[in-house]
Design a protein around this ligand. Structure first.
Ligand code: NDP
Length: 332
């Protein structure tokens, strides 16, 4: 089988040459283990950080290590009484076509209740990130203005929809007219901004006549900078991501924001979804409930074929995806 290893640490924007396809044996499960076939691989912006050296909230990949991320897989052979052949599972698994894993490293998902890939997106990590970041830190109230960047992505699209469910006025910032149309026409955002073609500061002013109460930060950089002058008193800024800086080789410099935060008594708080692991059940139930009631919809950009896994990852930094980016490796 093929596996994908980190070939070297990327400098700046990653390229194909930073990864190696390496042939490896499939292996067979010992007692308490299962052999699973990869079905969907989640490609995520945070993986870029793991390709750098240095301390973070999650250890870096080593050069020569198989890249890993959230994966949906199907049990091919079980040597565990917890799983049977055919079970569909999720876990943090390698970028490879098959894996042998301990039975406590994966858990079953019900792919009859929702499509299996949804457990990587709206019912999984990105949906939970949106849910907890927005509700626990952003705390949107009825009638408030919520701005979200990276709005057409996996996290951003769910943030905007939950903010609408809470009665807020929602403004989404994204990188193409197709994406802004999707936000307005399909997801019901109140206003949108294409940050690549519009003057962001002016467009934000026009879109937020009553100021900004919640800014859900996914991208950082100039998009994030434009928000601070428009903050209302006691605004909340959940800092979820800063994808515009992930490939920088120099520290990202911008206007100083402390003055804006002081003047408005605003709260800016970084978080990782892992902070909320003890409440995942609550979040997953709420998201599944909204989904089944038709109050939440989601989009996926599915890249077909294991051989294209790296393309799907690199595409995140080009904005090629709408909704969650996943790779389909095999059929269930
Ligand atoms: P997305 O589905 O949003 O995909 C990434 C998107 O980012 C692209 O489609 C692109 O959209 C946008 N983008 C890429 N480069 C830039 C740039 N230079 N400037 C502005 N936008 C850019 O990914 P996710 O929803 O999975 O993640 C969104 C953010 O949330 C990321 O920053 C990620 O790291 C973070 N995150 C944080 C978590 C946490 O626990 N704190 C958990 C999960 C995600 P466009 O066309 O609009 O440019």
């Amino acid at each position: 089988q093929q596996t994908i290893q980190l070939g070297r640490r990327p400098k700046g924007t990653p390229t194909y040459e930073d990864f190696n396809f390496v042939e490896a044996p499939i292996g067979s499960p010992d007692k308490g283990e299962v052999l699973v076939r990869t079905v969907y691989i989640s490609v995520d912006p945070y993986l870029r950080g793991r390709m750098n050296e240095g301390k973070s909230y999650i250890p870096p990949f080593e050069v020569g290590e198989v890249i890993s991320s959230a994966v949906i897989a199907q049990v091919e052979k079980s040597n565990s009484d917890r799983f049977s052949e055919g079970d569909v599972v999720i876990g943090s698994l390698g970028w490879q076509e098959y894996s042998v894993v301990k039975d406590n490293e994966v858990r079953k998902v019900d792919h009859h209740q929702a499509p299996a890939s949804a457990y990587l997106s709206v019912l999984g990590m990105t949906g939970l990130t949106a849910y907890f970041g927005l509700l626990d830190i952003g705390k949107p109230k009825e009638g408030e203005t919520v701005v979200v960047s990276g709005a057409a992505g996996a996290v951003g699209s769910v943030v905007g929809q939950i903010a609408k469910l809470k009665g807020a006025r929602v403004v989404g910032i994204a990188g193409s007219d197709e994406k802004t149309s999707y936000l307005k026409d399909t997801l019901g955002f109140d206003a949108t901004i294409n940050y690549k073609t519009e003057d962001i500061a002016q467009a934000l002013k026009d879109a937020c006549p009553d100021g900004i109460d919640v800014y859900f930060e996914n991208v950082g950089g100039e998009v994030g900078d434009a928000v601070f002058p428009l903050l209302n008193n006691f605004a909340r800024i959940p800092v979820c991501g800063a994808i515009s800086s992930y490939n920088n080789t120099e520290p990202d410099l911008g206007p100083r924001v402390q003055g804006y935060l002081i003047k408005t008594s605003s709260l800016m708080q970084g978080f990782t979804v892992g902070n909320y692991s003890s409440r995942f059940k609550e979040g997953a139930e709420a998201l599944a409930g909204w989904l089944s009631e038709g109050k939440l919809t989601y989009e996926e950009t599915i890249t077909e074929g294991f051989d294209h896994t790296i393309d799907a990852f690199l595409d995140l930094f080009k904005g090629a995806n709408t909704g969650k980016a996943v790779v389909k490796v095999s059929e269930i």
